[in-house]
Design a binder for this molecule. Structure first.
Ligand SMILES: NC(=O)c1ccc[n+]([C@@H]2O[C@H](COP(=O)([O-])OP(=O)(O)OC[C@H]3O[C@@H](n4cnc5c(N)ncnc54)[C@H](OP(=O)(O)O)[C@@H]3O)[C@@H](O)[C@H]2O)c1
Length: 273
């Protein structure tokens, strides 16, 4: 198994994409340190799923907005676990809305949780990560380099996180630590409900992707697991985009009138027969 004997910390690893990554790393042989913020019941359920896979699991509550809590988490990992090979920073915060009305609380919270937490974790966990050669992965969003309505709060912070991953990759590679980011398009999780019109996000992804569907957490977890293997050693400081192709380009067909679209659909349906 590719991660046998390894230990991975996944921030926000108890639900959604973080949970899928935790389970996949566990299926691939790693023991898992689960971090969460507020939902201890869900955290315990995910921990049990990991135990059922025959892996060890530690569950540590820590708010990634709070630098003292992060210090406490890294101290506990040092004292109670004593080993770390993979760090996945998946926990995130964001508010939707106009950039002109964005409050300082939202701006700072997104920067603290999405960027500063990764900086502090990398600083404090590098001594453990470098022991056997480690991996750091940041979870990003295509909103970091594309522009979506009301998405500035998250998009800007994710762009900063991708830059941080690049600089970490540069500085930590000589210590044997590989850093990359994985950038996702819309993925079906609870987080989509924060959008004003969640169904519009679904329609957008389904229409734009040539795969004609929205992403799921399982579309990302194998990529993260692969990036943490020696087979990916030559990938360094990159942001791997995983969005079902929705950002490949525009399709003129999206701009047809309803009548023209109906004609095109009829032609396609005829061809499929
Ligand atoms: N869903 C998408 O469409 C999408 C697209 C692109 C990128 N992403 C990125 O993928 C990652 C996961 O997103 P998701 O959709 O899976 O989110 P989610 O379903 O809302 O899950 C969030 C997880 O993070 C934890 N968390 C939230 N705030 C935290 C904090 N301050 N400190 C520690 N843990 C915290 C939550 O713990 P509690 O339950 O205890 O609060 C939960 O385990 C994020 O980085 C997100 O930006 C998502």
């Amino acid at each position: 198994m590719k991660h046998e004997g390894k230990i991975a910390l996944v921030t926000g690893g108890t639900r959604g994409i973080g949970k899928a990554i935790s389970l996949r790393l566990a299926q691939d042989g790693a023991d898992i340190i689960l971090n969460f913020k507020s939902d201890a019941t869900t955290a315990e359920e995910t921990a049990q799923e990991i135990r059922d896979l025959g892996r060890r699991v530690w569950v540590f509550q820590a708010d990634m907005r709070d630098d003292k809590a992060i210090r406490g988490l890294t101290k506990t990992i040092n004292e109670e676990v004593g080993q770390l090979d993979i760090l996945v920073h998946n926990a995130a915060f964001g508010t939707m809305g106009s950039i002109l009305r964005m409050g300082l609380f939202s701006w700072r919270a997104a920067m603290d949780i999405n960027v500063t937490a990764l900086l502090l974790l990398a600083q404090q966990l590098t001594p453990l990560l470098k022991v056997q050669g480690g991996h750091i992965i940041g979870l990003s969003s295509i909103g970091a380099d594309m522009t979506f309505s009301e998405y500035a709060n998250i998009g800007v912070s994710k762009a900063a996180m991708e830059a941080l991953c690049r600089y970490l990759a540069y500085e930590l590679a000589p210590l044997g630590i590989h850093t990359n980011a994985v950038s996702a398009g819309p993925i079906k999780t609870r987080a989509i409900d924060w959008f004003k019109y969640p169904h519009a996000v679904d329609n957008y992804a389904t229409t734009k992707s040539p795969l004609s569907r929205m992403g799921t957490p399982n579309d990302l977890c194998g990529i993260v697991s692969f990036l943490c293997t020696p087979d990916a050693d030559w990938i360094l400081g990159q942001t791997i985009r995983a969005d079902g192709g929705i950002s490949m380009g525009e399709d003129f067909m999206d701009w047809l009138s309803d009548e023209e679209r109906a004609t095109e659909e009829a032609i396609k349906a005829k061809k499929r027969k």
